[in-house]
Structure formats: C-alpha cells, structure tokens
Write a protein that binds this ligand. Sequence first.
Ligand SMILES: O=C(O)C1=C[C@@H](OP(=O)(O)O)[C@@H](O)[C@H](O)C1
Ligand SMILES: C=C(OP(=O)(O)O)C(=O)O
Length: 453
Amino acid sequence: MLISRYSKPDFDPYGENSPEPEETLWPAPTATGPTSAVLSLPGSKSLTNRELVLSALADGPSLLRSPLHSRDSELMVEALRELGTVIEAVPGNGEYGDDLLITPVEELSGSTTIDCGLAGTVMRFLPPLAGLALGPTTFDGDDAARRRPMATTISSLRALGVDINDDGRPVLPFTVHGTGHIVGGEVTIDASLSSQFVSGLLLAASRFDNGLSLTHSGERLPSLPHIEMTIATLAARGVTVDSPATGQWVVAPGPIAAADVDIEPDLSNAAPFLAAALVTGGTVTITGWPNETTQIGARLADLLPLFGATVSRDGDRLTVTGGDGIRGVTLDLPEGGELVPNLVALAALASEPSTITGIGHIRHHETDRLAALVTEINKLGGKVTELPDGLHIEPAELHGGTWLSYEDHRMATTGAIIGLAVPGVQIENIDTTAKTLPQFTQLWHAMLGGHGA
Ligand SMILES: O=C(O)C1=C[C@@H](OP(=O)(O)O)[C@@H](O)[C@H](O)C1
Ligand SMILES: C=C(OP(=O)(O)O)C(=O)O
C-alpha cells in the first residue's frame, strides 16, 4: 500500500476489531436551534479532476481557477506530475487556495508509480494516459482502493492495444506498459459498476491514433450526468463526442484545446449543509450556485423538496429552508449515487418510510455504501434494510453511539447530519472528509454558529 499525505491508519471496515481510539472520534455537534447560514464551498472534485486530465493532454498551457484542493485532487496533481506534466500553483482570487497552471509535455513519460489513494477518478481516468506515456506505470492505492472494480478499465485498454500486467487479478495494483501511443478503435465495455469506465476512455480518446468508438453493453449505466459532464468538458476544449445511440460514443482523433477554466463549487458537497436546514428547521444558503451545470448536485434543488424542504434561488444563491419535520421519499436514483448517503441520513430522521432504489453500484464506491449505511444507522437504533439494488428505511427513534466512516467521506458527513438531531453521535475518522472537502468540520461549525452543542 502506498502512503500519501492524507492516509489514515488501516482498519477492517466490518471487522470486530476495528480500532476506535478515543482521539479519533469526533463528537458530532447536535443542533440547539435552527441553522441560519450562508456558505461558499470549494471547487468540484469531478470538474477539477477532469480539467486536470484534459489540461495534461492539451495543446498548450491551461489555467484552472478556484480548483479543488483536497486529497483526491492532490493525488491527481501528483500523478500527472509523475507522468511529466508541469503543474504550478499560482495566486488566484479563489477563497480556497491557489489556481493551477498546467503545462503539458510533448510526450508523457511512464517509468513511475501512481498513488490513486481511494480516488475513483484517478484510478479510472489515468490508465489511458499511462498508455499514451512512454514506459511502465504502476497504479496502486489504499487498501480499500484495491477492492474497487478495475476490470473494465483494464480489459478495454487491452482491447485498444495497451499491454497491462495485473498478475491475473483485475484490481489495483497493476502496471500499464505505455508505448507512447494507443491504437484505439472500437471497443464494447460493461460500465454497469461505474460511469468512470466510460469517462476515463472518453477523456483521452481523441489522443488515440484512431480515436474511439465505444459501446456500453450491460444491464445498467449509473451516474449518467457524470458522463454528460465528461462530454461537456471535452466539447469546451473542441472535442466532439458523437452519441449515435444511447450507450454509444464516438470520438475522432484530434487535439484537445488548452483552456482557462473556472471550476464551479462542489454541489454534491453542498448536500450535508443543505440537509442540515431540513434537520434543524432552519435555512442554509450556498453561494456560487451555477445557473447551468452538469453536476448531479444541482438535483438537490428538486430532491430536497421531496423530503419537505423549500428551495429558492436568488441570483447565484441557493437557499434551502426546512419545515416541520422530514417526509419519507420513494426514489429511483441511479444517476445520483454520490448523493445517496446524505439523503439516507434524512430518510433515517424522517417520520415516514423511505425506499431508494437503482443504487446497487454504490456497493463499489469508497466502501460498500449500502452495507455501511445499514450497519451504522441500525447500530444507532435505526431500521434500515438492504434491497437488491437499494435501501428501505423505516422511521425509528435513534440514539447516540460510535459511527464508523469506512474511509468514506460521504459516510462521515452522513453521520454528522444524523448527529445534528441525535445527541451523542461520535464519528470515527472525520478527517476522511479531506478526500473532497478538507474544510468540512470548520464549515460545519460555522454553519451552526452558536446553535450547536
Ligand atoms: O466521474 C466522476 O467524477 C464520478 C462519477 C460517479 O462514479 P460512479 O459512476 O462510479 O458512481 C460518482 O459517483 C463519483 O463520485 C464521481
Ligand atoms: C464515489 C465517489 O468517489 P470516487 O470519485 O472515488 O468514485 C464519491 O465521491 O462519492
């Protein structure tokens, strides 16, 4: 296992002997009154990591304004540097750190090892770049990353002419033997377990000798908005992705344009804060909310009203106001897996039952999120049952206790939402929020102002 700067001590996600030393527990503040907060959030993980990749493949230097600085984006920056890309921090106007100036190299170089941490975007977006690089590149990551599916990335690149050694096990670690080019052409993949298999190929496809004709053949295709985000970021840099039919994409060979890009705030990371308005019967406003976006987090504006919230827009501000209690929901949400853990917190605090389906693929996120949610909520007295592709949540009186995070930032924030209403929730490894939002606890306390105990 590679150790990176944000790594935490190992623990067995579901083992009896998980270490829970006192000092790693974060007492989740319980709200003593309604929230009344205006917050601005750091940049989007998904946009930052796409733009970093595209900038490394582009035909000139690119500038990312207000990018995310978090574990996942740092891992992407470090990995691209390992492949030879020059990435410099330059002062900008963003509230959350420097801008990034990315200067691509003529030819990417392998002969290195890349630490993917637990970042799906690093492990699925960079193997094609390693194929375009000259020399072998070994990919590895956290222990939990070694459980995430990689077979589709590996088999699709092989089909496109890339030599990969995975010692017969299609998971991390594996080595891509880059030759400086990828033949490309036609390939059919099964992206049922992650949209990132599609995005990873599309991002680099125009740099393949013959471009790419990609077909998804599988029982479902999760997280479609993330594929639309990939297509939109490519279009903004002059690369057209044709989609002759659902689940088919064609990219012609050609350059990727350099660009100066403003990174939007991470709207999925707005979820715990906006959920807090519902839990406390208060208001939370997020600034910088884009008018148009491909981020799935934008759907919070129509999802939270289903739980009983009122949502309003005033220019670039989105405000969520809670009402009397929380309603149950029936949702099919294959497109929004990354929002699910935080929505399940609301369902667990609702006065009516909820069912959320279409989310079997979140078993393969940072942890098995269905199992983790069932385990942790039921430990606090909840009544959550796992379905073949989702969860059913019955209303229950919850009590305090230890909430394990499973190295999963969204499990950690889910525990924090529950803790607003349930005294005595202690969150193990709250620092795992650094994956996409290192400022989580500061922002959480700021949101509560004087209304947290
Ligand atoms: O491409 C991306 O940036 C992402 C795609 C989605 O992955 P899955 O399709 O694996 O759900 C999402 O859940 C993840 O947080 C980010
Ligand atoms: C699934 C997620 O992350 P990743 O990009 O590592 O897949 C997530 O952030 O919810």
